[in-house]
Design a protein around this ligand. Structure first.
Ligand code: SAH
Length: 211
């Protein structure tokens, strides 16, 4: 992406640094990614506030702090091939695509997927594959992945995602109902080690039918 940092995006990155984000690569990518491109024009004036915002279909673009926090957790293991569940607006995908070699992303609402694909193309991000499907199932024939990030709240950790993690791979996922625990699960052989990070609030990872 030929991103030039705008003042507003740079200020957002500085704010996130103040809020505890330490990974310099994550901060610099936030500073050069135009978040307003991922929102309706009517919400553009709020694009660089550290808040979640509606993106239609009852879904939300995550709060920038959470995007940055989950991204830095995921990068700790230096993943090359990454799976994201819940493409939504495509903002988190745009951030990840600038930090890893290859990103695969799954979304169950077709209209959101189409918009996200157009936005990433417009930003010249071409290392992303999109799937219209059920994130509970992951993306088996693209796996295994060095890391998986789920950007919707799961009632439990989806088994398919654990199976699609490479050895040493890491899964970052919010687990719970109304509010959730952000969890990091690391695979070591056939063992999975979980750690809770902080409380978060995501829209649900919907079960079953595609929209
Ligand atoms: N990463 C997104 C956040 C979107 S909110 C962003 O940066 O904007 C969560 C997204 O997960 C929504 O778009 C929702 O449609 C999607 N989602 C919910 N359940 C899903 C499922 N079972 N499979 C795939 N996507 C799902």
């Amino acid at each position: 992406m030929n991103g030039v940092a705008t003042t507003a995006a740079l200020n957002l990155a500085r704010h996130l640094q103040g809020a505890g984000i330490v990974n310099a690569d994550v901060l610099s990518v936030v500073a050069k990614t135009p978040r307003e491109l991922f929102l309706d024009a009517a919400l553009g004036h709020k694009a660089y506030e550290n808040t979640a915002l509606p993106i239609g279909q009852g879904q939300t673009i995550s709060q920038p702090y959470i995007v940055a926090r989950m991204t830095e957790l995921l990068l700790e293991s230096h993943p090359k091939r990454v799976l994201e569940i819940g493409t939504g607006s495509g903002y988190q995908a745009a951030i990840l695509a600038q930090l890893v070699d290859e990103l695969c992303t799954v979304e169950r609402i077709k209209s959101l997927q189409i918009q996200a694909r157009q936005r990433l193309k417009r930003l010249d991000l071409h290392n992303v594959s999109f799937k219209y499907g059920d994130g509970w199932k992951g993306w088996a024939n693209k796996g295994p992945f060095d890391a998986i990030m789920v950007t919707a709240a799961a009632s439990s950790v989806p088994q398919a995602l654990l199976q699609q993690l490479a050895d040493g791979g890491v899964l970052v996922i919010p687990v719970g109902d109304e509010v959730q625990q952000l969890m990091r699960v690391v695979r070591q052989g056939d063992q999975f080690h979980s750690q809770t990070i902080e409380m978060v609030k995501f829209v649900p990872l919907v079960n079953g039918e595609l929209a």
